[in-house]
Design a protein around this ligand. Structure first.
Ligand code: DGJ
Length: 731
């Protein structure tokens, strides 16, 4: 990031007094964004505590008065609100950090030393606070990177020591927060294959609620790290205080939400310390991944829009750019294809009108051909029987059709039935003395090993060197880590962490050499998406479940955290809905198809072709505009989601019937959001199936005021169960 301005304030404990300190005589450090503040304070004993978390106050000097207006019960430890809770001294609750020192002692006490504020640019600032143990040469620096306009904060820690031998880190959170409210409502997610992002929203009770994963690679399969906490009552789309949190880490994570004896909420988030004691040599820095949060006091909708804008601008690879529509062959052919069939699909790609053809699993391996999921993974030469002329002939054929070509890989994995496994059994994560146990007949390669890292980098590098025109990569990851053991590592407890670091190292190298090539992050569905991975990927695959009815709910939940531009949605044969319904749902993100084009009925094909044209007219709004969730499918018979451009002059609204009972439908108008009350708009239905007239009058004009206060009725009902509206300002 370019540093426009750099203001550095170095503050020693004894030498720095600001306005509020004159009042409180204690060093107070507000970490503010446009609407939010997290306020740290140095206590008389030099502990660093959190004294406020919430809506920004207009007078910063009043933060110091916040603790004085609470009459909660006694904090015997005087550290329930620690900014980074050390264990083994006075602490009685869940720590953020716990260690064993070089001399075997397990106590840690962290005292404030100084802080430094750095202004990176108009929008971004970074605060670092150094904490030290008075008894040991051990320190932690806390980092808080703030994004003013977006109300987003990234928080991480760097741990160092100068002790005589290694120190063992047992727990090493990225962030430690402290919130005060009358009640706390956690929205968390669980899932499995084809069932990603299933929400549960409950009141937190006293004790600890832990969100975590121990799966290693496909880490989010059962639970992603994204969550939200509403304060006092469950926030709605437009009202209430809500914190969204997520860990920027693609491996094991652990988030502890502890309602403490004073009824305050402690949140400790970081890499999972499960089976992961980390031995840290003297002088080395151990950096945790960033924990990301945004806080809204105007409900969930604003929190999402802030996060979407932040993510597009600062995180997602090419987040503000364009995406390619595509035809994928996975569900059309599975493993059963050859050059001729693929050439036919390339011509279908052209006929359909999408940008790219994506060749999925099954194109590689010779000794153990990849004709199913039991063999060949790891042997990345094109299969000579299926593709006697290799990949390059297909890339050329694509060019001849004026479409692009993309390819599937699963580079972190190996089938035991493969030459890779035969030649490099020591590259595989497995217990040497135990029977192998498989997930989808495969094992995970040991990415802690630099030779394996080179191999994985080489898969991508070879493909792109041999086929410079290759325009897209789908990176899959189907197995979890069983029998965690690395033949490469001396310290087995480093495996889960060093695996992810090895993965990021490879992705970093790929992006240095190939900064632009779009890549889809897939993990047998949405088993892996997070904001660390999305720095290297342009989009993710939310789920193998493409039943559009299911996708309405799943995409809704993902949309709280991830912008539509990252959500790869394909039209497939899953579900019972007609092609129009399936296509409309796929449009609410990055659209693709995975169907047998030449088996489509003539009108279905015509509809798809026209839908791609319509998509071209609205995709910019979907990808880069503001999203408003209008009608929640879990609360209503109609789901409705709207996207509006920055100028508030164009929008698109997707509406679906999610219940088939007698006479259900959009009986009342749906209130639109995000418009200019003073502008005039025309709303017309698009994406109609050939020969089906709209029931809506395309000539009617409404003010933004009317549309936002009274609403618009899309006339969703049985027989019209999917309605897409385009909205345009009338000058
Ligand atoms: C799992 C992915 O989610 C699917 O889309 C497909 O690529 C298969 N793997 C291929 O094996």
């Amino acid at each position: 990031m370019t540093q426009l301005t750099k203001t550095i304030i170095l503050a020693g404990v004894y030498c720095f007094l600001s306005l509020n300190q004159v009042f409180s005589q204690l060093t107070t450090i507000p970490i503010e964004t446009q609407h939010h503040a997290l306020v740290l304070q140095v206590a008389e004993n030099q502990d660093l505590n959190i004294i406020y978390f919430g809506k920004k106050l207009s007078r910063a000097e009043e933060y110091g008065q916040v603790p004085g207006v609470y009459r909660q019960s006694e904090d015997y430890t005087q550290m329930l609100n620690a900014a980074y809770t050390a264990s083994g001294s006075r602490n009685l609750l869940e720590p953020a950090i716990s260690v064993t020192h070089a001399d075997g002692n397990k106590s840690l006490d962290l005292k404030y030393v100084n802080h430094q504020q750095e202004r990176i640019d108009e929008n971004v600032s970074q605060l670092s606070v150094v904490l030290k143990d008075p008894a040991y040469d051990f320190e932690v620096t806390l980092y808080y990177k703030t994004y003013q306009q977006h109300d987003v904060v990234e928080q991480w820690s760097v741990i160092r020591h100068g002790e005589e031998a290694n120190v063992t880190l047992h727990k090493f959170a990225s962030a430690n927060l402290y919130l005060k409210a009358d009640s706390y409502w956690l929205r968390q997610y669980h899932g499995d294959w084809a069932q990603e992002m299933q929400p549960e929203e409950t009141r937190l009770t006293h004790g600890i609620k832990t969100l975590d994963t121990k799966l290693g690679t496909r880490a989010n399969l059962f639970q992603p790290s994204v969550f939200m906490v509403s304060l006092d009552k469950i926030a709605t789309e437009d009202e209430g205080q809500v914190l969204y949190g997520a860990l920027e880490w693609s491996g094991n994570f652990r988030i502890d939400l502890e309602l403490d004896p004073l009824d305050n909420l402690r949140i400790m988030a970081g890499m999972n310390n499960y089976a992961s004691d980390y031995s840290l040599p003297s002088g080395e820095a151990f950096q945790t991944p960033a924990f990301l949060y945004t806080f809204s006091n105007q409900g969930k909708g604003l929190a999402s829009r802030n996060l979407h804008n932040w993510a597009r601008e600062y995180k997602i690879l090419n987040g503000e750019g364009n995406r390619l529509t595509l035809l994928n062959n996975w569900e059309a052919t599975y493993f059963d294809f050859n050059e001729q069939i693929l050439k036919g699909l390339l011509s279908d790609t052209k006929q359909l009108g999408v940008d790219l053809f994506l060749l999925d699993d099954g194109w590689f391996a010779n000794k153990y051909p990849r004709n199913g999921d039991t063999a060949g993974l790891g042997d990345w030469e094109p299969n000579r029987e299926k593709l006697p002329n290799g990949i390059s002939v297909l890339v050329e054929e694509a060019e001849a059709h004026n479409v692009k070509f993309g390819i599937w890989i699963e580079p972190e994995m190996v089938n035991p039935k493969s030459e890779l496994y035969e030649n490099h059994p020591d590259w595989v994560i497995k217990q040497p003395e135990r029977e192998e146990y498989y997930f989808r007949n495969q094992l995970v390669l040991d990415l802690t090993n630099p030779e394996v890292q080179d191999f994985v980098f080489g898969i991508v590098d070879d493909l792109l060197t041999e086929n410079p025109e290759l325009a897209y990569i789908k990176w899959d990851c189907n197995a979890v880590i069983y029998n965690a053991y690395s033949a490469h590592l001396d310290q087995q407890s480093h495996l889960y962490i060093d695996y992810v670091r090895g993965l990021y190292g490879v992705l970093e190298r790929i992006r240095q050499k190939y900064p632009e090539v779009p890549m889809m992050l897939c993990s047998g569905g949405g088993g892996r998406v997070d904001y660390a991975a999305l720095q290297y990927f342009t989009e993710f695959w939310p789920s193998d479940n493409t039943d559009p009815l299911e996708r309405i709910y799943m995409q809704w939940e993902y949309s709280y955290f991830y912008p539509a531009i990252t959500s790869a949605n394909h039209v497939t044969d899953w579900g019972k809905q007609p092609i129009k319904f399936r296509t409309d749902v796929a449009m609410m993100g990055k659209m693709g198809f995975d169907i047998v084009v030449d088996e489509l009925a003539p009108n279905d094909l015509k509809f798809c072709q026209q839908a791609i044209d319509h998509y071209d007219t609205v995709k910019d709004i979907i990808w880069h505009g503001d999203q408003f969730r209008l009608s929640n499918p879990t609360e209503s018979n109609v789901a409705s989601v709207m996207y509006v451009d920055e100028a508030k002059s164009s929008g698109v609204i997707f509406n679906y019937l999610v219940n088939n009972r007698y006479r259900v439908g959009s009986h009342s108008p749906i209130r639109l959001k995000g418009l200019d009350a003073d502008k005039q708009y025309r709303v017309r239905e698009i994406n109609l199936y050939p020969g089906t007239p709209s029931t809506l009058d395309p000539e009617k004009i409404y003010s933004g005021d009317f549309l936002m206060n009274i609403g618009f009725n899309p006339d969703v009902r049985v027989g019209r169960n999917s309605v897409v509206l385009q909205l345009n300002e009338v000058q």
